[in-house]
Design a protein around this ligand. Structure first.
Ligand code: 3PG
Length: 209
């Protein structure tokens, strides 16, 4: 479709943070999430299987928007993109990663929680940042306060969010809500894909309200 990456993320409203221990389970995981209405995956590079999982999913599931997460170096950023990542997420702000992505037309969402970090992102031309760890850095209260001086910034709060507090984050300043609860690591490793589908569907219901 013709939507930009940011528009697609906004349309779904959710970004599952996916930690794969076995890249062979990536495609089934992607299908399970899509069946629950979540057609986006941020596959983290924090496990050795991450890069292969990105590659397999991007190749097999053209309807799913696959990105790379926990990107902590330019080298890993390049690798994730070469394996098919359509967007890059990092827990903090690294100007080198941001500049590389912008130069190569890859959407990038760095973690920014302070006014200084948000200013650095703005000055690179970004208007969407990850807000991590959301529960520790003040959650929705902090996002609302930051929106005073930064009214055009959209946030992707991530960290400590689950079915119990997801509803709090449905405010205009939030582009989408991210988190691991959407893709339970143990459920995947147990092959319990129906649980993943169920949690995604429940989350979509909450975010739509
Ligand atoms: C991330 O990298 O975004 C976090 O590990 C996600 O945190 P969560 O598991 O608490 O959602």
């Amino acid at each position: 479709n013709n939507l930009t990456v940011t528009e697609r993320i906004a349309a779904t409203g959710l970004i599952p943070v996916v930690v794969m221990d076995d890249a062979g389970r990536a495609v089934d995981t992607a299908k399970a999430m899509a069946a629950g209405g979540v057609d986006i995956m941020e596959i983290t590079l924090r496990t050795p299987a991450g890069l292969a999982a990105i590659e397999k999913t991007a190749a097999a599931c053209p309807d799913i928007l696959v990105g790379g997460g926990t990107v902590l170096s330019l080298e890993k950023c390049k690798e994730a993109i070469s394996r098919g990542a359509a967007f890059i997420v990092s827990p903090g702000f690294d100007p080198v990663i941001v500049e590389y992505c912008l130069k190569n037309n890859v959407s990038v969402f760095p973690g920014c929680v302070t006014p200084t970090e948000i200013t650095m992102a703005l000055n690179k031309g970004l208007s969407v940042v990850k807000f991590f760890p959301a529960n520790v850095y003040g959650g929705i209260k902090a996002i609302k306060a930051l929106s005073g001086p930064f009214p055009h910034v959209k946030f992707i709060p991530t960290g400590g969010i689950d079915l119990n507090n997801l509803a709090e984050y449905s405010i205009p300043q939030v582009l989408a809500v991210g988190g691991g609860w959407l893709c339970d690591r143990m459920a995947i490793n147990d092959g319990d894909y129906s649980l993943v589908t169920k949690i995604c569907a429940q989350s979509v219901e909450i975010i739509k309200q």
